[in-house]
Ligand binder design. Structure first.
Ligand SMILES: *[C@@H]1O[C@H](CO)[C@@H](O)[C@H](O)[C@H]1NC(C)=O
Ligand SMILES: *[C@@H]1O[C@H](CO)[C@@H](O)[C@H](O)[C@H]1NC(C)=O
Length: 240
């Protein structure tokens, strides 16, 4: 009898822990499915948080070129920021008007500098460019990207194409989410870049070259600080 009981106990314990293990995994699976379903649902309603509009930003970029003249990049940037702050109330969206706040941007093998005009969870608007020219991979993003050329030209190419796409000042290079190209700013080029979708998921691409190649920690710090600050200030006024 005694030996029988002794033999049963470890087996009961084993059955108990098997059940526990099953419950744990069932719970994990349920949480995962709930998370995936929530993400899918958020993705269908994300456009309700968009404030900017690609068509009016394109109009604004063309107007900035016309008003400032083709060589006055600083004038264009000033025109754009002035127009945006006059158009959108500060209770609706936060715009960073400090146009001296430039940081290097290394991503996809390309290098330039950017001035972050706006950054939130679902949108960003930046001036990106370099007077030297650069070339690289656009990145594969979770956001639609509208690249409004202000100065210079951007060239682009995707596998299978034998001719390049060419984007002069006043044109928009539209890159839908989930697509990638090789691009080149042949000589100096500056653009107003608008992205809408899930911005935090784009950040790893934005930081990868800095972490694995340039090791420019001050740039990393400044970029993270400005991006975080802008996203937070937008969240505080309810701009997702
Ligand atoms: C801003 O730019 C848009 C597009 O060019 C224009 O329609 C609008 O009138 C401008 N708004 C202001 C306040 O200047
Ligand atoms: C812009 O710069 C180019 C090259 O320096 C020059 O040829 C052109 O005349 C300039 N255009 C204007 C409107 O100043």
């Amino acid at each position: 009898m005694a030996s029988n009981k002794k033999a049963q106990r470890p087996q009961e314990r084993a059955n108990g822990s098997k059940n526990n293990c099953l419950t744990t995994w069932a719970t994990r699976l349920a949480v995962l499915l709930l998370f995936v379903a929530t993400c899918g649902w958020l993705d269908t309603i994300k456009d309700r948080w968009y404030v900017f509009n690609p068509t009016s930003l394109h109009e604004l970029a063309k107007e900035a070129i016309a008003v400032s003249g083709p060589n006055d990049t600083a004038g264009m940037i000033e025109h754009i920021v002035t127009n945006l702050t006059a158009t959108y109330p500060s209770t609706q969206i936060r715009i960073n008007t400090d146009s001296s706040e430039w940081v290097f941007n290394n991503a996809g093998g390309a290098m330039g500098a950017m001035y972050i005009i706006h950054a939130s969870i679902t949108e960003y608007l930046i001036i990106f460019g370099t007077p030297l020219g650069t070339e690289g991979h656009t990145g594969l993003h979770t956001a639609d990207d509208y690249f409004n050329i202000l100065v210079g030209e951007q060239w682009a190419f995707r596998p299978g194409a034998l001719e390049m796409e060419r984007y002069p000042p006043g044109s928009v290079h539209f890159l839908p989410r989930g697509t990638a190209k090789q691009y080149k700013m042949h000589e100096g080029c500056f653009a107003l870049e608008y992205a809408r979708g899930w911005i935090p998921l784009m950040l790893p691409f934005g930081f990868a070259d800095t972490i694995t190649s340039t090791l420019d920690i001050p740039t990393f710090y400044r970029t993270a600080r400005v991006t975080g600050r802008e996203m937070l200030k937008n969240l505080l006024i309810g701009k997702i």
